[in-house]
Structure formats: C-alpha cells, structure tokens
Design a protein around this ligand. Structure first.
Ligand SMILES: Cc1cc2nc3c(=O)[nH]c(=O)nc-3n(C[C@H](O)[C@H](O)[C@H](O)COP(=O)(O)OP(=O)(O)OC[C@H]3O[C@@H](n4cnc5c(N)ncnc54)[C@H](O)[C@@H]3O)c2cc1C
Ligand code: SF4
Length: 446
C-alpha cells in the first residue's frame, strides 16, 4: 500500500460521461477515461482494509486492494495479472458492472466516496491490451471435448476456463453473432462491440471453436462431447396482457434494442420491420436497467419525448435503511440515459392500451398504493381509482424476463448464468460460468 493517507487528501474523481449534447448524437460509448496519472491517484485512495468488503461484495472475488496497490505503484502488468486471476473479462465488467464492490467499499461508509474500483479495472485491462501484456496462451490438451451452448458472458467464461484446463471447447450459438446480451441487449453506448470481438479473437487463437447460427435442441444434445455447459440465458421477456396488446407499435424492449445493435453492425431492415423512435412519443413500461437502455436508444433515434413508468414506488434517494452498507443499496438510480432526457413516473399500473387505426396512441394507467406487509413480506398493491392517459405512439415493454424451464438434462450437463438463476448481471454470469467450468472439470476427472 503506497500512500496510506491518500483517501484523506484525494477526492474521488470519476471520469464522467461525454456531454449530453455530444453523446446523444451517436451510439459511441458515453463514458470517458482519466489519464494514467489521475488513475493512479485514484487507486492510491484504497486503504487496503483488513477486511476488504469490496472483495466480499464481488461475485468473482476480485481483489481490489491488491490490484490497486500495483496500479498506484505504476506496475500495470502486475495489476493486470492480479485482476485476470479472478475475472476472465474485466473489459466487460469494467464498463458495465453496477460495481457491487464500490457500494461495499469502506470509503463509501465513511465518506460516501468509494474507490473508483470499476474504472480502475477498465483502465488496467485496456492498458494490458494496449501494452501487449495479453498474448494468446497455449494449453496442453487432455483429449476431452466439452460443448458450451449459448455465448453470453456465462458461456464465454465457462469456455475460457475449460479451454485453459485443456478441454477441446466448442461454443454453439443460435444467433449470427457471438456474445449473447453483451452483443444484442446492451447498447453500444454502454459497450462498444469491437471490445467483444477483441476478446473473441484471443479465445479463438487459444483454440476455442465458435459456431454461430447453431441452435441446439436441449432435448437432444449433440453427440461426441464428454460434457455440456448450458448457458442459454433468459430469452422470454415478461409480457403485459392487457386490452389493446395486439395494437401495432407495442414491442418488447429486446426487439428494439437488438435491432438497433444489428443496424449498427451494418444490417438493414425494411421500413416495416424497423422499430424506430424517430418523431415519436415513447413510453417505456418498466423502471429497470433494460428500460433505461430503451430511453438512451430512443433519444438517439430522435424521439419527441420519452416517459418511463414503473409499477413499484419510487425508491429512496441517497440511502435506504432497509439495505444498509455493506449491502447493495436499493435506491433511486439515475443512469446516463436518464440524464439525457426522460420523464420518470412511479406507482403506475397499466390498465389498457388505446389505439387509432390499429396503432397504439396511448396507455391508460392507474395510480396504485403499496401497503407495507407487517410481516416484512412484499407490500400489497392497492388500486386508487385515479386514472389518466399517457400519450404514446411507441411502447416498449421492459418488465423483466421469465426464468426458463429447462428440459431434464443428462448428468454430464451443467447449467450456468441467467439460465440457472433467472435474469441477473454480467459479473454474476461470469462467476457462474467459471464455477460450472470447475464443476465440469471435477466431474470429468472423477
Ligand atoms: C437490455 C439489457 C441490458 C443489460 N445491461 C446490463 C448491464 O449494464 N450490466 C450488467 O451487469 N448486466 C446487464 N444486463 C444483464 C446481462 O446482460 C445478463 O445477465 C447476461 O448477459 C446473461 O448472460 P448469460 O450468458 O447467462 O446469457 P445471455 O447473455 O442471455 O446469452 C445466452 C445466449 O444463448 C443463446 N442461446 C439460447 N438458446 C440457445 C440454444 N438452444 N442453442 C444455442 N444458443 C442458444 C442466445 O442466443 C444467447 O446468445 C442487461 C440485460 C439486458 C437485457
Ligand atoms: S473496501 Fe475500499 S478502501 Fe477498503 S480495500 Fe476495498 S477498495 Fe480499498
């Protein structure tokens, strides 16, 4: 630990986002970077706590005190080596992780200014690629074959770990590109897609085979493999079965987000196929992160207005006594997309879609109240009778995903990522893929 008192004199400095007027004109990444001197100063703020809660909070068990100490000392290669011991893809989590570690950082508790762990992680991995610390490795083969089904973060982490343990790995992906929701869910303004390609290139050089346009029937797994890792995600979005659902102009969030990413990858769509917010009043139903991505995408497409509604009440601002430190706080989140312009409303239940000429023109909503359950369970929703109509000519449904029901699988098949847990986070999926790789390795060695 280089400077034990740095946290007393150096304030937290975030790189921040590009200015709104600039960033909404394109789909480039919104987040900026610090120079390497400023970055090292940020790393110096780490107190190397006796009990590092950042480490406790990270699903991957990342070791922030160790890699930040190396970073502060200017030992970028050493920082990379520490980071890559626990995280296969810091270039993804360094960009899009909600940073559970930072919410649990002791400096969050003591002064509300946690160490910039996520940004430090991104800086380390980018330096590692730039400086050529990362070279394709070669791993002795053990003669066994594993099929990974699904190429999101869980499948990629499992494949990476299995390949390094000597297994011959084939990744099967039903879509035309590798990456799962990294590729087709998460907008480019949060994760630039060449970042995924750079990692895939390395994985291919290390011997992993990727097969796109290859949907696997989970009832009939392909022959010739010693084990399988099923990482098929949560493909089914939650629907809203209210009157008027059949009207045109109502889409699942993923239909719009995936299409926009495909357009940016060079694919073309007819006017009828294209889902665009240009010149429209957009209503996003669902107050979570997917909804937030719809807002950012709609504004970039040229929406006239964007409104996001949520059935649950507005979360507390700042702190929430129900989720005290070091827990992840359930508080109001304002994303870069929210900053770019949208109205946000809470405690609104959607009653029916209204239409004109077969196309949606608005949504009737009703205010609801949430009565706390004295037993500590989920609060009870009570309609208030106060109804209103929100104007909308494009409605995006962002109400989460259903946990999939997988068919019975043979004992040499292991499930990881969202397919195992329900919709989650990239960092949890990488951790789950790594764990599944370990389980497969143990199974095949026994
Ligand atoms: C819009 C959106 C934004 C998000 N933003 C963030 C964020 O900012 N930060 C964060 O941490 N998390 C975010 N998440 C969550 C995160 O993306 C997911 O938790 C994570 O990608 C799930 O990883 P996975 O590997 O389990 O599955 P997925 O990423 O869903 O990948 C599963 C893959 O399996 C393929 N597949 C399915 N069935 C088959 C089959 N039978 N044969 C072959 N292939 C098949 C699918 O085509 C898909 O490519 C976001 C999610 C969404 C929807
Ligand atoms: S909790 Fe914060 S200050 Fe303590 S070791 Fe982790 S990153 Fe450093």
């Amino acid at each position: 630990m280089g400077n034990p008192k740095a946290f007393l004199t150096i304030p937290r400095q975030e790189a921040g986002y590009r200015p709104v007027h600039d960033r909404i004109a394109d789909f480039g990444e919104v987040e900026q970077t610090l120079n390497s001197g400023e970055r090292r100063l940020q790393a110096s703020r780490c107190m190397d706590c006796g009990v590092p809660f950042c480490h406790w909070a990270c699903p991957l068990g990342n070791r922030p005190p160790e890699f930040q100490d190396a970073l502060w000392r200017g030992k970028w290669r050493e920082a990379y080596e520490i980071l890559s011991l626990t995280n296969d893809f810091p270039e993804f989590t360094g960009r899009i992780c909600p940073a559970l570690c930072e919410k649990s950082c002791v400096l969050q508790l003591s002064m509300g200014e946690p160490v910039t762990i996520r940004e430090d992680e991104a800086a380390i991995i980018e330096a590692a690629f730039r400086e050529g610390f990362i070279r394709p490795g070669s791993y002795p083969r053990n003669g066994k074959q594993v099929a990974v089904i699904g190429s999101g973060p869980a499948g990629l982490a499992a494949a990476n770990q299995l390949n390094r343990r000597g297994y011959e790995v084939t990744v099967f992906e039903k879509l035309e590109y590798i990456g799962g929701l990294l590729r087709f869910g998460i907008p480019n303004f949060k994760l630039h897609k060449p970042i995924i390609d750079r990692r895939l290139h390395l994985m291919e050089q290390e011997g992993i085979t990727f097969k796109v346009n290859s949907e696997i029937d989970l009832n009939c797994l392909p022959e010739g493999f010693d084990a399988y890792c099923v990482c098929t995600g949560t493909p089914q979005a939650r629907d809203l079965s209210i009157p008027g659902r059949e009207l045109k102009g109502i889409h699942f969030a993923m239909e719009m987000l995936a299409q926009q990413n495909r357009v940016l990858a060079g694919q073309t769509f007819t006017k009828d196929e294209r889902i665009s917010a240009r010149g429209k009043h957009v209503l996003v139903i669902g107050g979570g992160d997917t909804g937030s991505d719809c807002i950012g995408t709609s504004n970039r497409q040229g929406a006239l207005s964007v409104t996001q509604i949520e059935i649950m009440p507005k979360p507390p601002v700042g702190e929430n006594p129900d989720t005290p430190w070091p827990q992840y706080p359930r508080v109001l989140k304002t994303s870069s997309s929210h900053e770019e312009g949208c109205a946000r409303r809470w405690s609104l239940s959607s009653v029916r879609f209204l239409g004109k000429g077969g196309h949606v023109s608005g949504v009737e909503v009703e205010e609801v109240e949430w009565i706390p359950d004295p037993a500590g369970g989920r609060p009870m929703m009570t309609p208030t009778g106060r109804k209103e109509t929100l104007k909308a000519d494009l409605v995006l449904l962002a109400m989460g995903f259903l946990k999939p029901e997988l068919p019975p699988l043979p004992e040499n098949a292991f499930v990881a990522g969202d397919a195992a847990t329900g919709a989650s986070l990239v960092v949890r999926c990488i951790a789950s893929g790594r764990k599944a790789a370990g389980d497969i390795d143990r199974y095949l060695r026994e």
